[in-house]
Design a protein around this ligand. Structure first.
Ligand code: ATP
Length: 439
């Protein structure tokens, strides 16, 4: 199997038609912008490509991108919405020439000149595989960002490869020989995040029996990857901002100030620009984290990557035969048509299962597909006769037990594998298993 060296025989540039935006009305009337790349964001915050002064426009109001002959419009959770005539538009496409209204501002989107975007010249970058144009575009952006010390924010659905990309950013950077440390802000209990970030001194709080080094200290000189950054509480957002601004911090319960030389990469499955608009994520922290913002497309938007990825995962699992013997063309056609809600992770599990079982397992039906439960049917029995608090507790406990049983069955009782599949911290999983007497 040779997927690691696959070199698509395509040119290393992608010509795209860009966009222009003219401000026809409102406080910014007369301004215009021509896009450099495929997307343009509009809003009042500094990091928008088209920054407006109109106070009725949100900080991150709108994203416009080319979709063939049309222009895709995505409202980023703005306060006053985006309208075409009397119709409010959250997401959709419009023809060039359409006038959009944002608060008191009106904009006309139009065709811009053609530009050539650079693509990575192969289907591999470190551990990453992908030969589709979006993936090779992303690889080119990763290589460019890796050479700088800029903070990078990765945004994409779960399982799209954000952690692998963070790793590639580190491996391709001048910090490659220094540590790469990950903290998943979504799976550790909220009370422990501060001590995981900054460490603590012995006796800093009940149970702190010895000094603990936080991730900033362990990543010194290297890269810190903060996964699920959108889950940070407001207090921790403030504390993290302080460290990033001052480049210094103290362990919890400590008095010594320690200096930080760490490059921060963070990731989220949510659009933090909408969280900034809603005031649930600090704008100043967003600026610090998203000096470079990379969007990782879901797998169904880059289906050309599927054969290469399947071949790669089978090869990693030890398969040396021809791809078509395990995945004949009709099965490959099914894989290309599947929606892959779990993205590349789901594809990897699927490829490994084909090899383990010697035959293709059934693909899970996406929610809403044929056979899915009607939207109004409750997913769990609701114990309405109990009070809210007790009922919530009971439903949660039932869910945890069912989830853990299914998880341990899938993982063949291997706790490390189970933690990986469930994307949770291994020690937290062990705690949960003990709590429910499943171990
Ligand atoms: N482009 C790729 N090439 C090779 N392997 C990939 C690629 N993208 C993802 N994977 C594999 O898919 C799995 C999921 O990737 P990863 O954990 O990086 O996703 P993620 O976006 O960080 O997910 P989550 O948000 O759930 O943490 C991993 O096993 C990873 O190695």
């Amino acid at each position: 199997m040779s997927s690691g060296t696959t070199r698509p025989d395509r040119p290393v540039g992608l010509p795209i038609r860009t966009l222009t935006i003219e401000v026809l009305g409102g406080p910014d009337e007369g301004r215009a912008h021509t896009a450099d790349g495929e997307t343009v964001t509009v809003g009042t915050a500094e990091s928008n490509e088209l920054r407006l002064a109109d106070p009725t426009v949100s900080r991150y109001h709108l994203e416009l991108s080319r979709k063939g002959d049309r222009v895709a419009v995505a409202d980023l959770g703005s306060t006053n919405g985006t309208a075409v005539g009397p119709v409010l538009l959250e997401r959709g496409t419009v023809a060039p020439g359409t006038v959009l209204t944002l608060g008191r501002t009106s904009l006309r989107v139009g065709d811009g000149p053609t530009r050539t975007l650079s693509l990575h010249d192969s289907g591999a970058l470190g551990p990453l595989r992908g030969q589709s144009a979006p993936m090779r575009r992303l690889m080119a952006q990763i290589l460019r960002a890796a050479r700088t010390d800029a903070s990078v924010l990765l945004q994409g659905e779960s399982g799209t490869g954000k952690e692998l990309i963070a790793r590639a950013l580190h491996d391709e950077s001048p910090r490659a020989k220094k540590p790469f440390v990950t903290l998943d802000c979504g799976v550790i209990s909220p009370g422990l995040v501060a001590s995981e970030l900054f460490g603590h001194e012995r006796g800093a709080f009940t149970g702190a029996e010895r000094r603990h080094l936080g991730v900033f200290e362990r990543a010194q000189g290297g890269t810190l990857f903060l996964d699920e950054i959108g889950e940070l509480s407001p207090a921790l957002q403030t504390a993290l901002l302080g460290v990033l601004e001052r480049r210094r911090f103290r362990r919890l319960g400590g008095s010594e100030e320690l200096s930080v030389d760490v490059r921060v990469i963070s990731a989220t499955h949510r659009d933090l620009r909408a969280e900034v608009n809603a005031n649930t994520f600090r704008l100043d922290l967003y600026y610090r984290l998203a000096v470079v913002r990379l969007e990782v497309p879901p797998l169904h938007q880059r289906v050309e990557d599927i054969p290469l990825l399947v071949e790669h995962f089978l090869g990693e699992a030890g398969y040396t035969g021809p791809l078509s013997a395990l995945v004949p063309p009709p099965l490959m056609a099914t894989l290309l048509a599947h929606r892959w809600p779990g993205n590349v992770r789901e594809l990897r599990n699927y490829a490994e299962a084909i090899l383990a079982m010697g035959e293709p397992p059934a693909l899970e039906q996406a929610a809403g597909g044929p056979g899915a439960a009607p939207a109004s049917a409750p997913a769990v029995a609701l114990p309405l006769e109990q009070g809210y608090r007790e009922a919530r507790q009971k439903v949660l406990e039932d869910f945890e037990v069912q989830f853990l049983k299914a998880l341990m069955e899938r993982a063949g009782t291997n706790v490390s594998l189970a933690a990986r599949l469930a994307r949770m911290d291994r020690s937290y999983l062990i705690d949960l298993l003990h709590r429910h007497h499943l171990r």
